[in-house]
Design a protein around this ligand. Sequence first.
Ligand SMILES: [Zn+2]
Length: 247
Amino acid sequence: MRAARALAALLLLALAACRPPRNPLAEWLPSPNFNPRRPQLVILHHTAGNTFEGALKLLQTRNDGGPVSAHYLIGRDGRLAQLVREDQRAWHAGTGAWGPYRDLNSLSVGIELDNNGSEPFPAAQIDALLVLLEDITRRHRIPPALVVGHADVEPVRKSDPSGLFPWQRLAERGFGLWPDPDPPDPPAGFDPDQALLRIGYSLKDRAATIRAFRLHYRGEKADQLDATDLRILHNLLAKANRAQSGG
Ligand SMILES: [Zn+2]
């Protein structure tokens, strides 16, 4: 009898734990017309560290620079760990912005790649990333073009993932925006700043944005646009417009 009462008490406790949080100020008159809030984009990072365990510790504790986190961490060998539920807000995107999107921590899934910033990303790690991207973008119906780098959304403060990150490999699987090989010259009057804005970049600090753009598309450092950048930008603009119109 006592065991049955204990079991009933345990069941009640479990039920209470499962019950969604509701505001006690209001009468609960539930509607069936809802669905979970969904992330809108994916932001990729490198950890700037040397070990999976070191990165994990940083992402799980209150470290010197303040607490940070991401939803996922991928090791050099393809080990894939989830640290934060996707319906919760991880702390990885700081004050970044992308196109119309602000408060990116609230709107994105953050993925950290264990990488020190000056080494290539091993195939096993990128293979694991591609599987994860396919899963996340399908479940949340995130447009594949909205897979971006931390440096893209926070160009003043950040430069990850590094110029060694294989954006082209991602593009071959449909993720991110990527130019055609040898795109033609843009027409006279082409406005590269408007193209940068349309793609999603901020122009608050133009030189920083050009650095992020060059890092992403050419793996190099530069804070002036050259003729190659203009060709790439013009080509990307057409692709961004097509992605936006669902084509
Ligand atoms: Zn980052």
